[in-house]
Structure formats: structure tokens, C-alpha cells
Design a protein around this ligand. Structure first.
Ligand code: PRT
Ligand code: MG
Length: 225
């Protein structure tokens, strides 16, 4: 083990917002509290009650990158984010545990009144706007539906309203955002939850420190289902 690995605490990458909030009880179950609230402090490196563990706060879609390159030893990210990352970097991350947090579903939605079933049946070529191009491509290919995918980075709900797309592929939780924009979900693609991901090298070189943490997460997530 390098000197660096011995002095540096284990580093876990998290995004603020729902993933951070829903991770706190899992850390608590492992006997760990955090020293700072990332919503209030602007700190990006946050210590914990365990001197061997620190957190770094990154964008949700950047978590896999920090972990894959070893800047973080482990992290927590949604299955949506992990699918898109894996399309570019297959097999780069070890994904041992479904934490069953930040749950939602990936779905196809259209403008209220657009006959999605008829369009699919007629073999129409659909324009689909999404941030989740890998998951969407795979879904429509499996169904044998021709689509032109339009990559967006946010506010997908707007696309069908202004004629950019016939449909969107987006995450749906309560359904309130769709409803507020006169859209309806017409097809579920998959359920989504957040997973623990671990750097493949750290899994070997820092196994003794990682294993108790993985065990605690495993127990806490199993009991919270
Ligand atoms: O916000 P930012 O651009 O920084 O990144 P992000 O949107 O990826 O991060 P964040 O914190 O919003 O989401 C992190 C993870 O939470 C996602 O990767 C998902 O795995 C998970 N998650 C769970 C959700 C939702 N539920 C969710 N409802 N992520 C996003 N949403 C959005 C959705 O995209 C839609 O715009 O909320 C809206 C729909 O919500 P309802 O309740 O109106 O249906
Ligand atoms: Mg968001």
C-alpha cells in the first residue's frame, strides 16, 4: 500500500440534495455523523465523526467519474447516472449494493392528447428528447421503435410543449412535474434507485477499511426496504 493511501482517509463522493439527505440515515446506522451540512456550508470536502472517512460533494452525474479515476474510493449515484456512465466506460465501477434510496422511475412521457400507442403502431419515427440517451436508445431498440434522440441537459418537460420533441424520457417521482406541464407518462422503462459504487483498485488496496463500511451500508439498506 502506498504511503498516500495510508494517510488519506477513505473518500466518498456524494451529490447534495436528495442523495445526501437519504444517505445520512445510512451513515448514522453505521455510527457515522457528518461535520457539516453541504446545503449551508460551501465546503466541498466534509469530515465525518470517523477520522478514516471524508465526503466530497460533486454533481450527481460526476460521481462515477471521481470514483472510476480513484479521486474518491467510493460513491453513491442513481442507476440513471450509472447507466449513462457505463455506456462510455463499460465495467469501470464495482457496484456492490443497491441502497434503495432516491427512488423514482425512468419513463416515456408525451403531451396530453398525443397518441403514443398509435404512433408506435404505425411505425412513425419519433423525436425523443432526453438526458438519458443510453437508456433511451436501448429501450426503443429493444421495442423496435425508430427514434431520433435529442440530447438535453435539463427541463426535458419543455421539449414536447414547444415542438422540439414528440416524447421525452425522464425520471418521474410524484408525477407532479409532468402534470404541471400537461404531460402524461405512457411507458415505464425501469425503476431507479441509488447504488453504492467502489473504485476497483481501492477494493483491493483498501479492502480492510472498506469492508466494514460496505457491511454497514448493506445492513442499513436491507433494513430500510
Ligand atoms: O440537479 P443536478 O443537475 O445537479 O443533478 P441531478 O438532477 O442529476 O441531481 P439530483 O440531486 O436532482 O438527482 C440525483 C438522483 O436522484 C438522480 O440521479 C436520480 O437517481 C434520483 N432521483 C429520484 C431523481 C428524482 N427522484 C426526480 N424526481 N432525480 C431527478 N428527479 C427530477 C426529474 O428529473 C423531474 O424533473 O424531478 C422531476 C420529477 O419529479 P416529480 O416528483 O415531479 O415526478
Ligand atoms: Mg436535479
Amino acid at each position: 500500500m502506498s504511503t498516500d493511501a495510508r494517510v488519506r482517509p477513505l473518500t466518498m463522493a456524494l451529490s447534495k440534495g436528495r442523495i445526501f439527505e437519504e444517505t445520512l440515515p445510512l451513515l448514522k446506522a453505521a455510527g457515522i455523523t457528518v461535520s457539516e451540512d453541504p446545503e449551508k456550508s460551501r465546503k466541498l470536502i466534509i469530515g465525518t465523526s470517523d477520522p478514516g472517512l471524508r465526503l466530497i460533494i460533486v454533481r450527481a452525474s460526476d460521481v462515477p467519474t471521481y470514483v472510476e479515476y480513484g479521486a474518491a474510493d467510493l460513491g453513491i449515484a442513481g442507476k440513471d447516472v450509472l447507466i449513462e456512465h457505463a455506456a462510455q466506460h463499460p465495467g469501470g465501477l464495482y457496484q456492490p449494493i443497491d441502497l434503495n434510496i432516491a427512488k423514482c422511475r425512468l419513463a416515456v412521457a408525451v403531451r396530453n392528447g398525443f397518441d403514443y400507442a398509435a404512433a408506435v403502431k404505425q411505425g412513425a419515427r419519433l423525436r425523443v428528447a432526453t438526458k438519458y440517451t443510453a437508456a433511451a436508445r436501448e429501450h426503443f431498440a429493444a421495442k423496435g421503435v425508430y427514434v431520433d434522440l435529442i440530447k438535453l441537459y435539463g427541463s426535458m418537460e419543455l421539449a414536447p410543449l414547444v415542438g422540439l420533441a414528440d416524447a421525452i424520457v425522464d425520471l418521474v417521482s410524484t408525477g407532479n412535474t409532468l402534470k404541471a406541464n400537461d404531460l402524461i407518462a405512457v411507458e415505464d422503462i425501469m425503476p431507479i434507485s441509488s447504488r453504492l459504487v467502489v473504485n476497483r483498485a481501492a477494493l483491493k488496496t483498501r479492502h480492510a477499511e472498506l469492508q466494514p463500511l460496505l457491511d454497514a451500508f448493506e445492513r442499513a439498506s436491507a433494513s430500510s426496504v
